[in-house]
Design a protein around this ligand. Structure first.
Ligand code: THU
Length: 267
């Protein structure tokens, strides 16, 4: 296990040290927060920062959790990916690391939103939170066949966040994507009869995967369409660098939804 953590440390510190921006993010041991600093150029301090992070991660896991660390493979693969692909790390990557280190945080949470919260007025902060939550969920993906880990997080009108990951099946066609896994969590948690659909309660969904943008498959676009053609779909890479935002109706034009039944009705 120490080998595992030192591996993270070596990978992480080498990525960090190769950063060539003037803005650095350091891990504050006392507040357990990442903080932005400028002109942070001491190699010693940098290494110290990562040692603190490593300690924090270690201290927040008990022996059993460490031995059963479910994020291990994904965690290491992500670092390998970032290390080979990146010369710069963005704030969101650090946020991601921070979330990993707080593995035990409550998985379903609420974000304070205004009464008129809609896909037209989602703040940058909420988008970031959704991406981070999608990323966290992604690390739970069960994808032994494709080894392709996807995470999704959606937010409802009331600010509730539901996340999901893909889970595959030996009978491949049984696989459920991350987006539909998040929808299932949301509907089964708070469907209030038909109103969940009628009120177009899903305001936005973030989809995250490693290496490319998290573009939802056709099945998932259709599944999401049921709950608001106007929702914002935020598609991103794990480091938030390649990010695309589209309204759902833009990526599923002329979609088939509940409204399609209206004209055909005979009372
Ligand atoms: N997958 C998703 O979870 N969401 C998508 O929108 C695209 C595909 C998953 C399904 C499968 O487990 C793996 O990615 C490879 O297709």
């Amino acid at each position: 296990m120490p080998l595992f953590f030192s591996l993270i440390f070596i990978m992480a510190s080498s990525v960090f040290a190769s950063s060539n921006t003037n803005e650095f993010i350091v891990f504050n041991e006392t507040s357990k927060q990442f903080e932005k600093v400028n002109n942070f150029d001491s190699t010693f301090q940098m290494e110290n920062t990562w040692r603190n992070l490593k300690k924090h991660v270690e201290n927040n896991f008990n022996e059993i959790e460490r031995d059963n660390f479910p994020l291990r493979n994904c965690f290491l693969e992500d670092f390998k990916y970032i290390k080979t692909k990146k010369t710069n790390l963005k704030n969101i990557t650090f946020q991601m690391i921070k979330q990993w280190s707080k593995k035990l945080q409550t998985p379903v949470y609420k974000i304070e939103v205004d009464k008129n919260f809609s896909s037209e007025n989602i703040s940058y902060d909420i988008k970031q939170k959704l991406l981070i939550e999608a990323n966290r969920a992604r690390t739970f993906a069960y994808a032994p066949y494709s080894k392709f880990h996807v995470g999704a997080a959606l937010i409802t009108k009331s600010g509730d966040v539901y996340s999901g990951c893909n889970f595959e099946n030996a009978a491949y066609g049984n696989t459920i994507c991350a987006e539909r896994s998040a929808i299932a969590k949301a509907v089964s948690s708070e469907n209030r009869g038909i109103s969940f659909q009628d009120k177009m309660d899903i305001v936005a969904v973030a989809v995250v995967l490693r290496g490319g943008i998290g573009s939802p498959c056709g099945n998932c676009r259709q599944a999401l369409y049921e709950f608001n053609p106007n929702m914002l779909v935020i598609m991103a890479d794990i480091d938030g660098e390649n990010m695309v935002e589209k309204k759902l109706f833009e990526i599923l034009p002329y979609g088939f939804g509940p409204i399609s039944f209206e004209n055909a009705k005979v009372e």
